[in-house]
Write a protein that binds this ligand. Structure first.
Ligand code: SF4
Length: 337
C-alpha cells in the first residue's frame, strides 16, 4: 500500500516524513525502520494489515493509569521500529526486520477486523503498542478512525519520534498516549537508541498542546539514566512543559536483548526517582514492574487519600467519584475516571 506522509524527490528518491529520521530512500531501498520501501519512486508501507501481535490487555499494562481505569484494551502491533534501543523489551518483534535481513511477517487483519475483534472482546480502547505505532501508522490511522465511529478510544504507546505532520494527522482519532522519555541525556539517546532527545520533547509538547492526553514512562537503567540531577531535570521538564497533572511512570529495568551487562534496577532507585518526581511537583508518580509496591497506587494530591489501589495490572479498589477525590473534591486528571 502507498504510504502516507512522504515526498517524491529527484532521481527516483523519496523522503519519508512519518518520523523525525526523515529518511531519504533510494529506489529499491527501505528506511531505518525496515518496513517502508521505495518502489519505483513510490513509498510503500510493507506492514499494512500484517499483525504480529494482538492481545486483550488491561489498559494498566500499557501503562495508562488515568485512562478508563479497570477496562480492557485491544492491543495490536506489526513488526518494526524506528529506534534501535539496546534494551528493547520486545526485540523479537520490534527488531525483527533489522535483525533478520528485512524479514516481515504477520497475520492478515484489516482495520474492520481489528475493530470488530475489539468490540467482541468488550474492549473500550484499542492500543497500538508492543512495537512502535509510528511505523505502522497507516494501519493505526485507518483503524483508529473506524474505532471512533464505533465508540472505541485509541491509545498509542510510543517513543515519541513522530513528525509534527504525523501527530496532526492522527490527532482527530488519538485520545491518549504513553510516551517514553527514556533519559534526559542526548548521549543516551544517541548511543542507546540511535535517536535525538529533542524530537521526543517536541512531540510531547505538541501532543499536549493539541489536547492528546499524555502519560510519560522512563525505564530506569542502572548507571545509564539514573543520575539524580538528570532525573530532577526530566521531572521538571514534565512538570513545567506538560503540567504537574501529567502521570510519570518509572519502570524497573531487567537485562535483555543487547543490554545484559548490568543488573535489574534496585527497587530503592525506583523509590528515589519517584520521590524526585513528587518533589518536582508532579501529582502522580508511579513505580513500574514492581507488583505490590505502594508506588503503583494513585493518591490524591490534595489530601493524600488513597484513590486507586493496584496490584500489578489489577485494580483492587477505586474510590474516585465523577473524576474527583471523595474526601476533598480535588479533580483527578484523566479520561473516564
Ligand atoms: S518511519 Fe521509517 S522510513 Fe519513515 S522516516 Fe522513520 S525510520 Fe525512516
Amino acid at each position: 500500500m502507498e504510504a502516507y506522509l512522504y515526498e517524491r524527490l529527484k532521481d527516483g528518491k523519496v523522503r519519508c516524513d512519518l518520523c523525525n529520521h526523515r529518511c531519504i530512500i533510494k529506489e529499491g531501498k527501505r528506511g531505518i525502520c525496515g518496513v517502508r520501501e521505495n518502489e519505483k519512486g513510490m513509498l510503500k508501507t510493507l506492514v499494512y494489515g500484517k499483525l504480529i501481535a494482538q492481545h486483550v490487555d488491561p489498559i494498566e499494562k500499557k501503562p495508562l493509569y488515568h485512562v478508563l481505569p479497570g477496562t480492557l484494551s485491544y492491543s495490536v502491533a506489526t513488526v518494526g521500529c524506528n529506534f534501535r534501543c539496546r534494551f528493547c523489551q520486545n526485540a523479537d518483534i520490534a527488531q525483527l526486520p533489522a535483525d533478520r535481513q528485512g524479514m516481515i511477517i504477520g497475520d492478515p487483519y484489516t482495520p474492520e477486523d481489528i475493530v470488530a475483534a475489539a468490540v467482541r472482546a468488550g474492549c473500550r480502547s484499542i492500543a497500538y503498542t508492543y512495537t512502535e505505532p509510528t511505523v505502522f501508522f497507516e494501519l493505526a490511522h485507518d483503524t483508529a478512525r473506524l474505532a471512533h465511529e464505533n465508540g472505541i478510544l485509541n491509545v498509542f504507546v510510543t517513543n515519541g519520534y513522530m513528525t509534527s505532520e504525523a501527530v496532526h494527522m492522527i490527532k482527530p482519532y488519538l485520545d491518549a498516549a504513553n510516551v517514553d522519555l527514556k533519559a534526559f541525556n542526548d548521549d543516551f539517546y544517541k548511543e542507546q537508541c540511535s535517536a535525538k532527545r529533542k524530537h521526543v520533547m517536541e512531540t510531547l509538547a505538541l501532543m499536549k498542546s493539541l489536547g492528546i492526553f499524555i502519560e510519560v514512562t522512563t525505564l530506569l537503567i542502572p548507571g545509564l539514566n539514573d543520575d539524580k540531577k538528570e532525573l530532577e531535570q526530566l521531572a521538571s521538564f514534565i512538570a513545567e512543559s506538560l503540567g504537574p497533572e501529567t502521570p510519570w511512570h518509572i519502570s524497573r529495568f531487567h537485562p535483555t536483548y543487547k543490554l545484559t551487562d548490568r543488573p535489574p534496577t534496585p527497587v530503592e532507585s525506583i523509590h528515589q526517582a519517584r520521590q524526585i518526581g513528587l518533589d518536582a511537583g508532579l501529582r502522580y508518580v508511579y513505580s513500574g514492574n514492581i507488583p505490590g509496591d505502594e508506588g503503583e497506587n494513585t493518591f490524591c494530591y490534595g489530601c493524600g487519600k488513597l484513590l486507586i489501589e493496584r496490584w500489578g495490572y489489577r485494580i483492587s479498589r477505586n474510590v474516585i467519584v465523577d473524576g474527583r477525590c471523595p474526601e476533598c473534591g480535588a479533580m483527578i486528571y484523566g479520561i473516564g475516571l
